[in-house]
Design a protein around this ligand. Structure first.
Ligand code: PMP
Length: 433
């Protein structure tokens, strides 16, 4: 049996399906920079670093060095792990990086899910208000109230709707530009009862379809939250940390959220997350969950190395430049394809909206599933979100040559899939997520 096929067979025999991500038959051996190496040795361009959680590129020596340093003198990685130098220094660095006023604290956690869960629960405790507000089609986590506040989970029935959590529409400049005012009216109504502890928002809706809200939208949201006494939590887990071409995606609208959450690329593959917010909220003892490994020495050492590397290599600026080249290239290379309705995004968070036809803008989820399969066959790893949108989020270290290669791969993959080179039957075993 071929090595990839063998490892997939092994995986299906031993790894729980509950956490399985399936888009195409992928089994990985290693990675280097923007490349992933499949079992068997084939090199693939990683266009999904928000899933591989590695903004600074695979196999970066800074990550290895940080792990070795932490391992050489481990202060213990259990329940007392957050009281060591790297945890304190990382918290200081995140405070410095994140705009805010007054006395603030940093929760150090494991994954985007627990950072959001802690942020939401702390807001509920600190404000004494019962309700939580989130956006339709949002994603904030796979556990606790972060999962219940994830539109995509509730909409898919992965978790029961909770009375405590309400949803309000997110704007959609591509499909429903005229809806923008209604979105704000709905938000006003949702906040009117003065019972909402917090509103959690993705500055760019990612798993819901890589939707970039209209300019100024977050400022409108922030003003409404401030007026209603509702804490604004900006979830930067997926598209933040340099990817949008600025350190934070919310910077685009010039706002200062009450709480900002981080995850994914902060750990370059090692589990770590953070929530930065007001001391009276994040010091709230009633919200304590006391997760044993939170802020452990290995993860915090790596996160510090990640931040230092982003600075040393100018990766935030790189994301802005490479993203511009990627979007421009994709627009040109797909102009002749009537099934590419929209190429949008900010920095290296790019969405390619696949449609039945450009004029009608109807979503084409079958084409998205076939296109990601075809791109994998051609040598790239890309996934889809929102059912029909290719989410193109390479590591920030992607070179210009690799960007050009990404454009070729994606345009070819979409064209081939649209021409029927991949069938629905071929992708049927890979139902996505
Ligand atoms: N927030 C956002 C915006 C996300 O996209 C995700 C993961 N898709 C999470 C939170 C949860 O992060 P994790 O899977 O690391 O728990």
């Amino acid at each position: 049996m071929h090595r990839t096929a063998q490892r997939l067979y092994d995986r299906d025999r031993v790894v729980a399906g509950v956490e399985k991500l399936r888009f195409f038959p992928l089994a990985l051996e290693s990675g280097q920079g923007s490349c992933l190496v499949e079992a068997g040795g084939r090199r693939l361009l990683d266009l999904s670093a928000t899933w591989t959680a590695c903004g600074l590129g695979h196999g970066h020596p800074a990550v290895r060095d940080a792990l070795l340093r932490a391992a050489a003198a481990p202060p213990g990685a259990g329940a007392l792990s957050a009281v060591h130098e790297d945890a304190v220094a990382l918290a200081e660095e995140l405070l410095e990086l994140t705009p805010g006023t007054g006395d603030r604290r940093v929760y150090l956690g494991h994954a985007g899910s627990d950072a959001n869960d802690v942020a939401i629960r702390s807001a509920v405790h600190a404000t004494g208000r019962p309700a939580v507000l989130a956006f339709e089609h949002s994603y904030h986590g796979g556990i606790g109230v972060a999962m219940k506040a994830s539109g995509v989970h509730v909409e898919a029935g992965s978790v029961a709707a909770d009375e405590q959590v309400r949803f309000t529409p997110y704007p959609d400049p591509y499909r429903e530009p005229e809806r923008h005012d209604q979105v704000l009216v709905a938000l006003d109504e949702a906040l009117a009862g003065q019972d909402v502890a917090c509103l959690v928002v993705e500055p760019i809706l990612s798993d819901g379809g890589l939707v970039v809200p209209p300019d100024g939208f977050l400022a409108e949201v922030a003003a409404r939250c401030a007026a209603a006494g509702t804490l604004l939590i900006c979830d930067e887990v997926k598209v933040g940390l340099g990817r949008p071409g600025t350190w934070h995606a919310f910077e685009h609208d010039g706002i200062t959220p009450d709480i900002v959450t981080f995850g994914k690329s902060l750990g370059a593959g090692v589990p770590i997350s953070a929530a930065v917010g007001p001391a009276p909220v994040l010091d709230e003892p009633g919200a304590s969950a006391l997760l044993t490994q939170a802020g452990n020495p290995y993860s915090t050492a790596v996160a510090r190395a990640v931040l230092a590397t982003y600075r040393a290599e100018g990766l935030v600026e790189r994301a802005a430049q490479a993203g511009e080249r990627l979007r421009q290239g994709l627009r040109e290379a797909t102009a002749h394809l009537d099934v590419v309705g929209d190429v949008r995004g900010r920095g290296l968070a790019v969405g390619v909206d696949l449609v039945t036809d450009r004029a009608g803008r109807g979503r084409d989820p079958s084409l998205a599933a076939r296109a990601v399969y075809r791109v994998w066959e051609l040598g790239g790893v890309v996934f889809y979100v929102g059912g029909n949108v290719l989410e193109v989020t390479p590591p920030l270290v992607i070179t210009d040559d690799e960007v050009d290669r990404a454009v070729e791969l994606l345009a070819q993959g979409i064209e081939d899939a649209a021409a029927g080179r991949v069938s629905d039957a071929q992708v049927a075993p890979y139902a996505g997520w």
